[in-house]
Design a protein around this ligand. Structure first.
Ligand SMILES: Cc1cc2nc3c(=O)[nH]c(=O)nc-3n(C[C@H](O)[C@H](O)[C@H](O)COP(=O)(O)OP(=O)(O)OC[C@H]3O[C@@H](n4cnc5c(N)ncnc54)[C@H](O)[C@@H]3O)c2cc1C
Length: 482
């Protein structure tokens, strides 16, 4: 049997790579983790989830201050935002989390960490900083990068992506953000709330294209009411640097050419997988339209080379990367064959209100040819929402023909957290009657989960048939009013 330097080698020290490295090392596998940047943590920690959610929180606080009157408080004279102070807070949060993702921690766990650009020289070996390292198994967990669309003039126009966004030195007066996906929409609201005039340009007729149109539109109208401008169905044609401003020319939904101008141009139209420069061409590895062709066990056509995280080109979330890291561990280290199953992969767009989803929505159910019924409940019927002044939004529960839950979408305060109960319901195959009859603390937002499940049963429980039976058996006298 061939003798390799390591049991497993991992390219990429982000959410996926770190999950595999820590698990493999703790299981006693000789583990090599290679990261191209100077620090571990990947996009989520440095340019993604952590800085964006930290910024969103700051923007939320400012929004509350601006709307102090709504809560019976005196008007607050808001001074302009010093973005340097905001980025200072972002850096401090990253610093704390970085300790958890440090080289020292991984070394303590037993993994060797190396930094630099690695490329495969054969199916089992890579070259890194002029050294050769071989491993029995490899994991490609190199993540993704912002996709830059081919717009005329883009090469001569200064623009930013999520890589630069969180280290801007001052708050832009105005910003055009190209793309209507989660990153663009979250940042549009956050920057708008901090004082930037934001315009969103989206090619399709809806923001957040993976969501049902009614939910996405409800959110968009809230964002419009906060002052954001949307150009849906609009195609970016060209862009130009005007010195202090950038110009973006679009063809709008009516087919008219419109010139938009802003101090900052943010590009957030999607992601491309980081597979270039890895020497994969020399391995005659199979590819498909997403990138590397992988099976359900996340193995490439070379069964000992796995792919996890954004590099798969599938669900580009940190929790998906962590889940896939676990699948790789199970297959490569524990030799327990395990397939990835995305049926109940949840996600959330962290706008205010948040838009969270698990399982089927109407779009996906219709595409899959599933007959479904929809049950809804409004946040304004939840006492806690009213007390908090967060009454916008609703929950949408989809049931199949057997009245089993197949999906949830929730637009509302803390919807991402509230979805946790549905994660347990769906994965644990909990009966809706259990959820409907369980006691939830009052007043909490989570009562909406119990209430929407209860809607299914209240029609049956308080039906004319039941009333008639009770009247017959217990001589009930009927209505006392009207
Ligand atoms: C603005 C923004 C906000 C986001 N918010 C959320 C959120 O709220 N929730 C959520 O779930 N997801 C969010 N995401 C997505 C999330 O960041 C990614 O899904 C997650 O980081 C994927 O983890 P990963 O390990 O696959 O890739 P990454 O975290 O990107 O890690 C890949 C690592 O590989 C390294 N690498 C690349 N090439 C090489 C090479 N050749 N050799 C060695 N190393 C290499 C990179 O430097 C990087 O450190 C957000 C993304 C963005 C951009």
């Amino acid at each position: 049997m061939a003798n390799y330097d390591f049991d497993i080698g991992i390219l990429g020290g982000g959410a996926a790579g770190l999950t595999v490295a820590s698990g493999a090392a703790q299981f006693g596998a000789k583990t090599l983790l290679i990261e191209k940047e100077k620090e571990l943590g990947g996009d989520c920690l440095h340019f993604g989830c952590v800085p964006s959610k930290t910024l969103i929180r700051t923007a939320h606080i400012r929004h509350l201050m601006k709307n102090a009157g709504k809560y019976g408080l005196p008007y607050v004279d808001l001074r302009p935002v010093d973005f340097g102070e905001v980025t200072k807070r972002i850096r401090s949060v990253i610093r704390v989390i970085q300790e958890h993702d440090s080289e020292e921690r991984f070394c303590k766990l037993g993994a060797r960490v190396e930094f630099g650009n690695a490329n495969f020289i054969d199916e089992h070996a890579i070259r890194l900083n002029s050294e050769i390292y071989s491993a029995k198994n490899w994991v490609i967990a190199t993540g993704s990068s912002p996709f830059i669309p081919d717009i005329e003039g883009i090469d001569k126009t200064p623009y930013i992506t999520n890589k630069e966004l969180f280290s801007l030195t001052s708050l832009p007066k105005s910003m055009i953000t190209i793309g209507g996906g989660p990153i663009s929409i979250e940042m549009a609201q956050a920057f708008n709330r901090l004082g930037t005039k934001v315009t969103v340009v989206e090619l399709s007729g809806q923001i957040l294209g993976a969501e049902d149109k009614d939910m996405a539109e409800q959110l968009m109208h809230i964002l419009i009411s906060e002052g954001i401008t949307f150009h849906l169905g609009s195609m970016p044609l060209s862009t130009k640097d005007l010195g202090n401003e950038r110009e973006l020319v679009i063809k709008n939904a009516e087919g008219r050419t419109v010139s938009l101008r802003a101090e900052t141009l943010l590009i957030a139209v999607g992601r491309k997988t980081n597979l270039q420069g890895l020497g994969l061409e020399g391995l005659s590895i199979e590819t498909d339209k997403k990138g590397l062709k992988i099976d359900k066990r996340l193995r490439t056509s070379h069964k000992h080379i796995y792919v996890a995280g954004d590099a798969t080109g599938s669900y580009q979330f940190t929790h998906a990367a962590g889940y896939e890291g676990g699948i790789v561990l199970s297959n490569a280290i524990l030799h327990l064959p395990r397939k990835a199953d995305y049926t109940y992969m949840p996600w959330c767009t962290y706008t205010d209100p948040e838009l969270a989803s698990i399982g089927m929505n109407e779009k996906r159910a219709a595409a899959a040819g599933i007959n479904y019924s929809v049950w809804t409940e409004e946040f304004r019927s939840i006492d806690r929402s009213l007390a908090d002044g967060d009454e916008a939004g609703r929950i949408k529960l989809l049931l199949d023909e057997k009245e089993k839950p197949i999906g949830i979408q929730m637009l509302g305060p803390r919807a991402g957290d509230l979805l946790g109960e549905w994660v347990a319901v769906m994965n644990g195959k909990v009966r809706l009657s259990t959820l409907a009859s369980s006691v939830h603390p009052y007043p909490t937002l989570a009562e909406i989960n119990k209430k929407v499940a209860g809607n299914l049963f209240s029609g049956k429980i308080f039906s004319e048939k039941v009333k008639k039976a009770l009247k017959f058996f217990f001589s009930l006298k009927g209505r006392a009013c009207g």
